[in-house]
Design a protein around this ligand. Sequence first.
Ligand SMILES: Nc1ncnc2c1ncn2[C@@H]1O[C@H](COP(=O)(O)OP(=O)(O)OP(=O)(O)O)[C@@H](O)[C@H]1O
Ligand SMILES: [Mg+2]
Length: 336
Amino acid sequence: MRDPAVETRDLVKVFERGRRTIWQRLRREPDRRDRFRAVDGIDLRVEAGEIFGLLGPNGAGKTTTMKMLATLLIPTSGTIRVLGIDPLARPREVRARLGAMLSGERSLYWKLTGRENLEYFAALYHVPPAETTDRITRCLVAVNLSDRADDYVERYSTGMRQRLALARALLPDPPLIILDEPTVGLDPQASRDLRDRVRELRAQGRTVLLTTHYMEEADQLCDRIAIIDHGRIVALDTPAALKRTIRAEEVVHLEIGVDGDDAALLERLERAGTVARHERRNGTLAVTAHCASARDFVPAAFDAARSTGTTIRHVEVVPVTLEDVFLALTGRGLRE
Ligand SMILES: Nc1ncnc2c1ncn2[C@@H]1O[C@H](COP(=O)(O)OP(=O)(O)OP(=O)(O)O)[C@@H](O)[C@H]1O
Ligand SMILES: [Mg+2]
């Protein structure tokens, strides 16, 4: 069996909230800031050749984890192996084998062409000069930008810029690529296109580790997913297996009016399915229920409404998604 591409054990990163003023520092006052664990004991094993996703809400610790893998942050504790190498002991070797596209670090030179940008970064990343031209050509092909390579980046669309940033990450010809929110800010077509590029990277035998808070993206693209919340992994498996943990085939969203007895209604609904969430919003009770079959659940819900004096205003039946998995695990939605 091949070594894993990434392995972490009990990885922890502690941050302080707020800032320390220069006066506090000069007076050597003790640091009384709150400390919190942005990454709180993550054990991860990403196999070579897979697309692995970290899925979680804002502030879950995804970027922090990525940065530690990419040698950009030093862990508070825990161990990391990237392609068998310890990034703390041998950071340069890790950087040479890793292609990274991290958020906030997508700077490209707008007054240069796409190709010129890659030439500049190839020099910066120590791509052997004899290989540079060839490498750049291949990276441009990989992201489908060959025909626009000699246009100024300022004339690129957002999706093209994102693809150029991916080409830049590919310059070292890395066996492992880490992508932080690769499709954020892209329209649906550009996102789909970028996902196709990522699949091609896997087809070339590379490993891709990415973060996203788009559950559909994680579902469609990733071989395996770790769902992260508050710096911890709350579930890790293939998308299909994660969805199977919801003992339901279908999800029903109900909108119920202000009239009648909510508590009695919810109790009745619980008999027909699992009420995953209920919330009063602007006078409407929104219920998300998991059930074996909407065909049985929906009529039962209408019966329940009638006998508790409430009105169902809207019904929507949808398949189980990773959002439901997250909801079942944490009691919250991914976007809250
Ligand atoms: N340098 C820092 N100093 C202090 N706190 C930080 C620092 N970087 C991140 N944090 C905090 O750590 C937590 C995790 O942040 P992180 O960026 O890893 O989340 P994320 O999962 O990538 O979220 P998002 O989906 O919004 O990108 C957040 O509460 C964030 O505010
Ligand atoms: Mg992030």
